[in-house]
Ligand binder design. Structure first.
Ligand code: ADP
Length: 416
């Protein structure tokens, strides 16, 4: 604006100089008036334009300050942040994002056109056009966190948890998308180490337990021959506890086999209803406290691993026994529904909160209720059962309400 005033003033002075030195006296008055009017308009225009420019400069400066402020906040975050415009052009990334993908990151330009990024999901390569941020733009919806593996040029693996969300303006128009990338490599390594330990420990425990069981059988036989009733009773107790210990060790072994993908199945065409009947009969002997009733059955054949399905049924019935009070009924039914064999096991026990119902199928999850009585267990049974059922392309679910009992359902596709 100062420049404008200087130029305007100089121009007016120049005109005045010309008027007084070169024009005849008569016209000089009119020329003087015109110069003064024009000069005033000129000065007013300079003031207005200058003021406007200063305002625009201020706004631009404010926007830059805002950007810098946002960038330094985003840079402080312990997670990677990637922001694109509505077309997928990367507009912003933070320090952690560069740290995660490497300083020579190829993550620039347009998301769908990034070259050769080694991103994997469930061992399958994921093209950049399928990354969560690209999906958030194409679907216009948030993408829930998922676990990916990024393999660097030197073959180093980084485990990532990535989520994304579209950003809309006040007129509900998609204007950008943001992705949050957490490096979970350390957490994964800890998990792996823990799994290795569980695997090793359960293998080491298995051998001495098998020997103990054999020696116990010998001692029981010996006590039987000597008619030593007291020793027999004590040894029976030890045998029961050893069996419980063996169940726990087998559970731990199954969990670690599931983690490493080493749980194998022997599929065969089998009579599902017969297996349920046999299992219920066998378990009636072990539960004196509750009434176990097979109320309904229809013949159903499925393709499955007999031993593993037996393991699932016993686990659910054992839970029904464990989490129900004395003198209640446990009702078992086998039905056919929409091409599936469906087994339901209904108890009148403590029930399960709606919020907890999904979580009980997770690894090592136990419902914690400080007011309730504690029960022995490690929270492995339903996780193993759900994984076994998944391998059979079946389903497991629960219908329950706290304090109102639970009904567990398992279903398997009927064999042709
Ligand atoms: P565990 O019984 O060894 O703790 P499970 O994986 O078999 O492990 O079960 C997970 C959790 O689900 C249990 O800790 C219990 O809180 C809940 N649960 C399972 N079955 C029932 C049931 N029939 N009634 C009430 N709660 C149950």
């Amino acid at each position: 604006m100062r420049g404008g005033f200087i130029v305007a003033t100089h121009t007016i002075i120049y005109y005045l100089y010309i008027i007084f030195t070169r024009t005849p006296q008569v016209e000089s008055r009119t020329a003087l008036e015109t110069t003064l009017v024009l000069g005033s308009i000129y000065l007013i225009l300079v003031a207005i334009i200058g003021g406007l420019k200063q305002k625009i400069d201020n706004l631009l400066g404010q926007e830059q300050d805002e950007r810098r402020r946002l960038q330094s906040i985003v840079d402080q975050l312990p997670v990677g942040v990637l922001i694109t415009d509505a077309k997928g052009n990367i507009t912003q990334g933070n320090k952690k994002m560069i740290e995660i993908f490497g300083t020579h990151t190829k993550i620039k330009g347009r998301i769908g056109e990034i070259k050769d990024p080694n991103m994997y999901y469930n061992n399958r390569h994921v093209a950049p056009s399928q990354w969560p941020i690209a999906l958030a733009i194409s679907s216009g919806r948030p993408v829930k966190p998922k676990e990916f593996v990024y393999i660097h040029e030197n073959k180093r693996k980084t485990f990532l948890q990535i989520s994304a969300s579209p950003i809309y303006n006040s007129k509900n128009k998609l204007i950008a998308a943001v992705s949050v990338i957490s490096d979970i490599t350390l957490q994964k390594e800890h998990e792996e180490r823990k799994d290795d330990f569980v695997n090793m420990a359960s293998h080491e425990l298995k051998t001495p337990l098998t020997s103990m069981k054999l020696f116990l059988q010998l001692m029981l036989k010996h006590a039987g021959t000597n008619k030593d009733i007291h020793a027999q009773k004590l040894l029976k107790n030890i045998q029961n506890q050893t069996e419980r210990l063996q169940e726990l060790v087998n559970g731990l072994l199954d969990v670690s086999r599931l983690q490493t993908g080493k749980l194998t199945f022997k599929f065969e065409k089998m009579n599902f209803t017969e297996l349920v009947e046999e299992t219920v009969e066998e378990m009636k002997g072990s539960t004196k406290q509750q009434q176990l009733i097979l109320e309904k059955k229809v013949p159903a054949k499925i393709n499955g691993d007999r031993f593993r399905i037996y393991q699932v049924i016993t686990n659910i019935i054992n839970n029904a026994i464990k989490y129900s009070p004395k003198d209640t009924a446990i009702i078992v039914k086998v039905k056919k529904e929409k091409g599936n064999a469906v087994l339901s096991i209904k108890d009148q026990g403590m029930g399960i909160d709606k919020e907890q119902q999904k979580k009980i199928f997770e690894r090592l999850y136990q419902v914690s209720d400080p007011t309730a009585k504690t029960y022995p267990g490690l929270g492995m049974g339903l996780y193993i059962s759900s994984q076994i059922i998944k391998a059979h392309k079946g389903n497991i679910w629960v219908e329950s309400e706290k304090g109102q009992g639970s009904t567990f359902f398992i279903s398997f596709p009927l064999s042709k």
